[in-house]
Design a protein around this ligand. Structure first.
Ligand SMILES: Cc1cc2nc3c(=O)[nH]c(=O)nc-3n(C[C@H](O)[C@H](O)[C@H](O)COP(=O)(O)O)c2cc1C
Length: 448
């Protein structure tokens, strides 16, 4: 495999503060969160941070949700019993702990424009950017679970309206981030601390938000956190193309990835942006062993733990369609396609499982989904996994990949110890960080 002139591959881990990551029931396996690494404690997150930085990854990214899945049978029982991305603790509490044990690693998390106020996001993200010395990232989501709205005691806002609201949210946030001149802080013991002439109230009055004042935080090292977005619907893609510095997506193959990149580029140009500035990360689940057989054995052992009921629960949560009354032995293609949740998810699953055979049952299809939530499964020896990542990267035009560990923290260490050295040998991955901030890392195109 030849070195490429496409610059460098960029990698992030994608993890939630929850018992299993993007593989239902992984928490039942002894490889996942072994003793001393409880999901809720600081040890595992500080360890993961050190490992990611040792591997010179661009960043860790924490998705976040504010409610358990409750669509399956209209209940949260299976979500709780099976620990399906639940409990979900607040990633903003672990990011500063991770910052304390690292110097370069990017530290990104989701905050929802539907349940936060822009003033609060600006305050939290600017504070995070300060304590991390410019390593903060924000995944701007609009949220899609109806029970999140119920938990906050508000009406569930319809899909496209959530994006209109998000658009105004970003306007307000940007105004707040620009409400201070870079040299407003004087900190002069004989004079003033902040020069009031260099700080302006934004006085925003809009359809969804009003905000009178200026940011409560001094300008942070990056000015604002790196902005990520993962919308997939037409409204979501347009919003991402307008505001994001990098987007996250889950696509089934290189062709789908490049078609998505082309579309996003056109949308970005339509918003008056230079499309080459937008970066693209696609979800993967690398499972690596010292040999291909060892990797496959680990994958099977964990994936075999997934019950049909647990799988139906997660797909119900994501599609918004209650599978509890669907006979799992029914052919999967007989389930109607129109579902209220994440658009196109069921269709994508049917297409992902095409190779598994025409007469795949609902039970088999949902168990396939619950293995990785359609994050591209890459299983093999270190060389096989590295080469598959490189092929996908070269053929798709992706900036890089989100890697969700099948079991943690071990699979993060495997990535760092076994795969990254091969990517480095092929000269597609950095040996050292050349910059200090997350934005620097994402822009690094040459080997150090
Ligand atoms: C990699 C990735 C990460 C995501 N992270 C979150 C998240 O943390 N919280 C959330 O509510 N939605 C998350 N989503 C869902 C998207 O933000 C989006 O709602 C979903 O893909 C459906 O697209 P749409 O909202 O444009 O219909 C994520 C999606 C992807 C592909």
């Amino acid at each position: 495999m030849a070195a490429t002139d496409k610059g460098l591959m960029h990698l992030m881990t994608m993890m939630l503060v929850t018992p299993s990551q993007h593989s239902v029931s992984a928490w039942r396996d002894p490889l996942n969160t072994p003793p001393g690494f409880e999901f809720s404690g600081p040890e595992v997150w500080q360890h993961v941070a050190r490992e990611c930085e040792r591997g010179k990854l661009d960043s860790i990214f924490f998705p976040d949700y504010y409610a358990p899945f409750d669509v399956y049978g209209g209940s949260t029982d299976v979500t709780l019993e099976e620990g399906i991305q639940f409990p979900t603790h607040d990633p903003l509490t672990v990011l500063p702990l991770m910052a304390g044990v690292t110097e370069r690693l990017g530290l990104a998390a989701t905050m929802s424009t539907t349940y936060y106020h822009p003033y609060m996001v600006v305050r939290k993200m600017s504070s995070l950017d300060h304590v991390t010395k410019g390593r903060a990232g924000w995944n701007v989501v609009t949220s899609f679970h109806e029970n999140e709205a119920r938990n906050f005691g508000v009406e569930f806002i319809p899909h496209d309206e959530r994006y209109r609201r998000a658009d105004e949210f970003m306007e307000v946030a940007m105004k707040l981030w620009q409400s201070w001149d870079a040299d407003a802080v004087r900190a002069d013991p004989d004079g003033m601390f902040v020069d009031p002439a260099k700080v302006r109230p934004i006085e925003h009055e809009g359809e969804f938000f009003s905000c009178a004042g200026f940011s409560p935080c001094a300008p942070s090292p990056q000015g604002h956190p790196v902005l990520f977005q993962a919308g997939q619907s037409p409204a979501g893609r347009s919003f991402a193309a307008k505001w994001a510095e990098a987007t996250f997506a889950i696509m089934l193959n290189a062709q789908q990835m490049s078609a998505y990149i082309a579309e996003m580029g056109d949308l970005a140009a339509g918003h008056g942006r230079d499309p080459s500035q937008l970066k693209y990360f696609f979800g993967t689940q690398p499972v690596v062993g010292r040999t291909a057989a060892e990797a496959e054995e680990k994958r099977q052992a964990i994936h075999e733990r997934i019950s049909v009921e647990a799988a139906m629960c997660v797909i119900s949560g994501h599609t918004g369609f209650d599978f509890s009354s669907v006979d799992p032995s029914l052919p999967a293609k007989e389930v109607p396609n129109e579902m209220p949740g994440i658009q196109g998810m069921w269709k994508a699953l049917l297409s992902a499982t095409e190779s598994e055979g025409e007469d795949l049952s609902v039970g088999e299809a949902v168990r396939f989904y619950a293995r990785s939530f359609l994050n591209t499964s890459i299983v093999g020896s270190p060389k096989e996994v590295a080469e598959e990542l490189i092929t996908l990267w070269e053929e798709s035009g992706a900036t890089g990949f989100l890697c969700t560990p099948l079991y943690y923290p071990g699979a993060v260490t495997d990535l760092v110890d076994l795969v990254i050295p091969i990517l480095q040998k092929y000269k597609v991955f950095r040996h050292e960080y050349t910059g200090a901030t997350l934005r620097d890392h994402l822009s690094q195109t040459k080997l150090s």
